[in-house]
Design a protein around this ligand. Structure first.
Ligand SMILES: NC(=O)c1ccc[n+]([C@@H]2O[C@H](COP(=O)([O-])OP(=O)(O)OC[C@H]3O[C@@H](n4cnc5c(N)ncnc54)[C@H](OP(=O)(O)O)[C@@H]3O)[C@@H](O)[C@H]2O)c1
Length: 276
């Protein structure tokens, strides 16, 4: 791993920052290279418990003044104020700014910090908190090859990480991997409730559903295997699985899922528009 030398600062120390910090620590990045600016005392205490030696402060400017890589991990609605603060202070030349704020385009960040700022926008997802995240990255023109390597390695400490070159795809990415965990949780939630309705004890239902989801996901991670083939391989004609899938098909599951993805993509476009 090349993440050996840079100092990495975080603005905002909430869920996503903690997921990335956990990943960096697991990857062997020393805590003394990490700094977090976080206004909430309780949150700073939780961060202090993650690792000794991390620099913790309530002042964004202290972290921004020192970090080679500055990760912006605040809610999107807080971003304009955070960017305004950063724009008005001295920061190291060549600092790489990584933003995980959903819906905020690279251009909005460079508009605030300067066109020559090296900016990487990342769309992570919640399983980053258990090291099984999916992060998609897009870079501003000022990001150099070394910074690209660094950004990808940093994102990959929380799971898989991939570059896209066309930022307009970020809205579809948000609809698929950003919001996607919730779709699977809903399916599992409904299966759990349905299993209880079938008479299974709740504890048993919980275990059966979650382990089945894990097993299916792990089987499907072999990308050389076609998903429709996998489905057919557990569906005997006239059998139990076929009976269940027929009900789902009749209920229009394919159209529903397509419409759901379009709705998420369109909402992402809407949220990313500059406010009038
Ligand atoms: N969590 C996810 O699954 C996920 C997935 C994809 C993208 N993201 C993106 O990740 C970003 C962070 O989300 P999160 O879930 O980590 O949110 P979070 O847990 O609320 O963390 C944000 C932290 O920033 C702090 N903060 C607020 N104002 C600040 C300021 N001016 N300067 C510095 N810190 C400030 C907040 O403190 P207070 O609580 O005191 O306000 C909070 O601790 C968001 O932009 C979100 O779009 C998250």
């Amino acid at each position: 791993m090349t993440i050996g030398t840079p100092s990495i600062g975080f603005i905002g120390g909430g869920n996503m920052a903690q997921a990335i910090i956990g990943g960096l620590l697991r990857a062997g990045v020393p805590a003394r290279q990490l700094a977090v600016a976080e206004p909430d005392d309780g949150c700073r205490h939780r961060l202090a418990a993650l690792a000794a030696g991390m620099r913790l402060t309530a002042a964004n400017h202290e972290v921004a003044a020192l970090a080679d890589v500055l990760v912006l991990a605040v809610k999107p609605q807080v971003m304009p104020a955070v960017l305004a603060g950063l724009a008005s202070q001295q920061r190291p030349p060549g600092q790489l700014v990584m933003s995980v704020a959903a819906g905020m385009p690279v251009a909005s960040i460079t508009a605030a910090l300067g066109a020559n700022t090296a900016v990487v926008r990342v769309m992570p997802n919640q399983p980053a908190t258990v090291g099984a995240g999916m992060s998609v990255l897009v870079a501003s023109p000022a990001v150099n090859a070394g910074q690209r390597t660094l950004a990808l390695e940093l994102a990959a400490t929380t799971g898989r990480a991939l570059w896209i070159e066309d930022e307009t795809l970020m809205d579809a990415v948000t609809a698929v991997s950003g919001s996607g965990p919730a779709y699977f949780y809903l399916l599992m939630e409904l299966m759990e409730a349905g299993a209880v309705d079938l008479g299974l004890p709740r504890d048993l239902a919980r275990t059966l559903v979650r382990q089945t989801a894990l097993g299916a996901a792990r089987t499907a991670t072999d990308e050389s295997r076609d998903l429709a083939d996998l489905r057919r391989s557990v569906t005997s004609p006239g059998g139990t699985t076929a009976a269940a899938l027929a009900v789902m098909e009749q209920a229009g599951i394919r159209e529903t899922l397509c419409r759901a993805l379009v709705a998420a993509r369109d909402r992402s476009i809407e949220l990313g528009r500059p406010s009038p």
